[in-house]
Design a protein around this ligand. Structure first.
Ligand code: 5GP
Ligand code: ZN
Length: 116
């Protein structure tokens, strides 16, 4: 997608603080963090959101979740006495604002449930 912000981050046309990369994924710090650790893991290939995922997408989806675990481990929020939240926002009620699939990795503070 030529006019997609996160595709431009993948293409290095828009700067971002990239912290992790694989052949299928890129992870970078959220520009407006909601916790001490707030990193977005995205597929290199453009997919609009989690509602657009099909069974053929299984390998990319697994790659996103594995990358999220590696990001959490690298940022010290994994492990039995810590924890983190993985979030896909879909649609306006969930405040989805960027139409390129992104998995939020949020951690470094105690969280509450249900989310706001
Ligand atoms: P959403 O609400 O769509 O699930 O999350 C989009 C996230 O992208 C937000 O947390 C927002 O702070 C982040 N974001 C929006 N624009 C940029 C940007 O240009 N750079 C980075 N690093 N994060 C962004
Ligand atoms: Zn995109």
């Amino acid at each position: 997608m030529t006019d997609c912000l996160f595709c431009k981050i993948v293409a290095r046309e828009v700067p971002a603080d990239i912290v992790h990369e694989t052949d299928r994924t890129v992870a970078f710090k959220d520009i407006n963090p909601t916790a001490p650790v707030h990193i977005l893991v995205i597929p290199r290939e453009h997919v609009e959101d989690a509602a657009a995922i099909t069974p053929e997408y299984a390998d990319d989806l697994a790659a996103l979740v594995v990358a999220a675990r590696e990001v959490a481990e690298a940022h010290g929020v994994a492990g039995p006495d810590r924890g983190y939240r993985l979030v896909f926002n879909v649609g306006p009620d969930a405040t989805n604002s960027v139409p390129h699939l992104h998995l939020h990795v949020i951690g470094g503070r105690a969280m509450t449930w249900p989310p706001g």
